[in-house]
Design a protein around this ligand. Structure first.
Ligand code: 475
Length: 795
């Protein structure tokens, strides 16, 4: 083995620039430098990767497989540099060549192979699995186009295709030798006991591997993404007949499967191509898992002992019937035993209770694409009904295949992602199944990786923490509690606030150069960044902002706390209500930002194209974290954790992990408002709840009246009639009912922010008490309670 660790980074960069990219320093463009640095870092990751793989084979340890349709990994270069502790060396090496470290890092495209929370969680989990040294693979799809790029035209969201592979990508290894055939359609042949599926269409899944390195490079796991290709890529006969379109058709068709990520977050569309993608991922992953298992252990009865497969939501739920099909139809085990082995191997995470997110497939479509799987689902359901004759809920009713109940029945554990969400699962969607299988549901509250979400994105704060308590917090985040005594030291608090202020200056400079948005770093930076959704209630935020603006205008000489309202987030292209909310925020920003009477006190900015990289800029600079979903709707949230960790107190409802954040940081360091999940359910049954709330609060009424009158859309006064009448009418997400208390909480924020020292103390306590929200803690929870897997670093 070549010992790259002993080669200085600067030599390795130059070697790659020369021999991997054929450039000398004089002619290298920025991308060449970025690639050369990436390859130099990658060499060292590969060393760790080989060692980890070898140890996994040697010990015969259990392996964990995380199946997910999304991995929102973002950029990888800084992650690698930080985890290998190469920051200083990389900076000085580039400086020797006259290159700026940050400029080189900024050249990397952001890999947006996910929509939001679920995909980003999968990425944090991969990093934590490597930090902990748990042998694991992530399996996903190598989408050619990730989540669309968002821009605004006249305040409206416009979507453009994203093309992260257009620039050179440094991190993946193509594995042309790792290919599997994935079939669709066709017919099922039954001869006595022998059942065989003969698909009518086949595509090939080809593997691409990305190593994922953990803290200090002690371990590295693999993210294996599948790309679609044709088995016979080129129809020579068609070509010879001059039909060039038909000649290229097989290739185009097969590639369509991994062409694009569906941009719908928490809404289910029931599209044929989506089901194909789900089976493509799952089928390829299972073949790969079984091949590896076979080589090492052989006896399929040992599968649950050596393999744990986690299903990230129901998207890969076809794994249940597919595993049964392979074990029973192809390997000859009894149906019963096949089901038991599959269940011993599979576990399922639920990420949302929203009814529109629960996946179902029409049996016609499902049976057309996966005829054998439909039979197997029916049989699984039938056996389950036999064991539980009183059962009323089925995975096969209303001519549908219901992936939630299927996942539940085929998993040995089912988990929610925050304490509240897990309890609600037991009393809502999975009530009956939970009563039949009371041991199955467990909780694993989400977490975030402190390497990316503190050490890398907030180096100033990370530096202060390390100089105060040492560096062990980086992979043992609970140690942040050692900061508590410092919080009583005014000198230390001053350092803490100076850091926040520097982060705000840095963000302001970037906003001004990248977007021409000028922000005063002395304002309170109030941040709401997440997907646009009615349940997340960005419209509650903008309504309060408008009401506040009107009040400032009534009394422009009062001592208002200056605030910058920052928004970012994408709306699903077909979610018109959410797109209207974006436009309303942009329209309100245009009017309010140009009001000379209020501009000292209030500004609004909606930053376009929210992604992981933008979050890394915003989180360290935030003063206030907006987590204002209707209680009972946000399964967990993970942005909420990133903000608390980086010293932005929350204004929020008792929803998802907010509940646990408040318990950890202390009620006095959290701005709570709004109804509880129970009160929400109760309030929905109250007649005309919205009208009553509006009548009771003149501020709310005035804000709604101004929107309706076209104050923010003078050229088209009726533009927001849809939003206003929704809020006055059904208001399913109870924006009006929670408005008054939200307003009160925001005025409490204003008052608290004026007390500079008190605010710094509150922010610092948020940091000191957020140690529990590390994804390392979450992954250890999965390892102990669900996977029964071990770390190979502690052996
Ligand atoms: C929750 N995405 C957050 C986060 O657990 C939670 C659904 C269907 C298709 C594509 N994407 C989805 C989600 O359901 C999702 O992102 N859910 C989120 O998972 C991690 O913190 O509360 O909304």
């Amino acid at each position: 083995m070549i010992h790259t660790k002993t080669t200085p980074l600067r030599d390795s960069i130059l070697r790659h620039l020369t021999y991997s990219f054929g450039k000398d320093p004089e002619h290298a463009i920025l991308e060449d430098w970025r690639m050369a640095l990436s390859f130099a870092v990658r060499d060292r990751i590969v060393d760790a990767w080989f060692k980890a793989t070898q140890k996994t084979y040697e010990t015969g340890a259990k392996r964990v497989y995380y199946l997910s349709m999304e991995f929102l990994i973002g950029r990888l270069l800084e992650d690698g540099i930080v985890n290998l502790e190469l920051v200083d060396e990389a900076k000085s090496a580039l400086a020797e060549y006259g290159k700026d470290y940050h400029e080189v890092l900024n050249d990397e495209p952001d890999a947006a192979l996910g929509n939001g929370g679920l995909g980003r969680l999968a990425a944090c989990f991969l990093e934590s699995l490597s930090t902990i040294g748990c042998p694991a693979h992530g399996y996903g799809i190598r989408y050619e186009h990730g989540l669309f790029r968002q821009s605004f035209v006249d305040g409206r969201q416009v979507e453009m295709p994203e093309h992260w592979l257009e620039q050179r990508h440094a991190w993946e290894f193509e594995r042309p030798e790792v290919r599997y055939r994935i079939g669709f359609g066709g017919h099922v042949d039954t001869r006595g006991e022998t059942v065989r599926w003969y698909p009518s269409e086949e595509v090939e899944a080809e593997a691409y591997d990305t190593p994922v390195v953990g803290w200090k490079g002690r371990w590295a796991n693999t993210l294996r993404l599948w790309s679609g290709r044709a088995i016979h890529p080129f129809d020579l006969d068609a070509f010879n007949h001059g039909d060039y379109t038909r000649a290229a058709a097989p290739e185009a068709l097969a590639r369509t499967i991994s062409r694009v990520l569906y941009p719908d977050d928490t809404t289910e569309q029931g599209k044929e191509l989506r089901l194909k993608q789900e089976y493509f991922l799952t089928g390829a992953a299972l073949r790969d898992i079984l091949r590896r298992f076979n080589n090492q252990f052989g006896d399929l009865r040992r599968l649950p002992e050596k393999v744990s497969i986690q299903l990230n939501d129901t998207h890969p739920a076809i794994a249940g019937p597919e595993l049964v099909r392979i074990l029973h139809d192809e390997r000859g085990l009894s149906f019963q035993e096949s089901v038991e082995i599959a269940r011993g191997t599979l576990s399922y995470t639920n990420h949302t209770l929203l009814p529109e997110a629960l996946e179902t497939w029409g049996e016609g479509l499902f049976g057309k694409l996966l005829p054998r799987h439909l039979q197997i689902v029916d049989q699984i359901d039938h056996e389950h009904a036999k064991n539980f004759p009183k059962r009323t809920q089925s995975m096969r009713s209303d001519n549908l295949v219901k992936m939630g109940p299927l996942s539940f029945v085929m998993a040995h554990h089912v988990n929610g992602v925050s304490a509240l969400h897990t309890e609600l699962m037991k009393t809502t969607v999975f009530e009956e199944l939970h009563n039949l299988h009371p041991e199955r549901i467990v909780n694993q509250t989400n977490g975030v990786t402190p390497r990316r979400w503190l050490l890398a994105c907030n180096p100033r704060l990370a530096g202060l923490i390390t100089s105060s308590i040492g560096e062990d917090w980086v992979d043992d985040l609970g140690q942040l509690s050692k900061l508590e005594p410092f919080v009583e030291d005014a000198g230390w608090l001053d350092k803490y606030s100076t850091i926040k202020r520097s982060n705000k200056v840095e963000l302001s400079n970037w906003m001004s150069s990248a977007h021409g948005i000028h922000a005063d770093p002395d304002m309170l930076f109030d941040v709401q960044i997440k997907r646009l959704h009615e349940y997340k209630r960005q419209h509650l935020n903008i309504l309060e902002t408008i009401a506040h603006w009107l009040e400032i205008r009534d009394n422009p000489n009062a001592d208002w706390t200056p605030r910058l309202k920052l928004f970012a987030g994408k709306a699903a292209p077909g979610y018109f209500f959410a797109k209207d909310i974006i436009r309303l925020i942009n329209d309100a920003a245009a009017v309010i930002n140009s009001d000379p009477m209020t501009s000292k006190f209030l500004k609004i900015a909606f930053l376009p194209n929210y992604n992981v990289t933008l979050a890394e800029r915003l989180v360290p600079a935030a003063d206030l974290s907006e987590q204002i979903s209707t209680a009972g709707k946000e399964a967990s949230g993970t942005g909420n954790m990133k903000f608390a960790l980086n010293g932005a107190p929350t204004v929020g409802t008792l929803d998802g992990a907010n509940v646990e954040i408040r318990e950890h940081v202390g009620a006095e360091n959290f701005f709570l408002f709004g109804m509880t999940a129970e009160q929400v359910m109760e309030r929905r049954t109250t007649e005309a709840h919205a009208r009553k709330a509006i009548e009771a609060d003149p501020r709310l009424k005035r804000a709604l009246d101004e929107i309706r009158a076209g104050r923010f859309s003078p050229s088209e006064p009726g533009r927001y009639e849809g939003i206003v009448s929704n809020l006055e009418g059904a208001d399913y997400f109870l924006v009006c009912s929670d408005f008054t208390d939200y307003w009160r909480a925001q005025r409490e924020v204003d008052a608290s922010f004026k007390d500079t020292l008190g605010w710094a103390r509150m922010a610092a306590l948020n940091t000191a008490r957020s140690g529990w929200f590390s994804s390392d803690r979450t992954i250890r929870g999965y390892m102990n309670d669900i996977w029964k897997a071990e770390s190979l670093l502690e052996k």
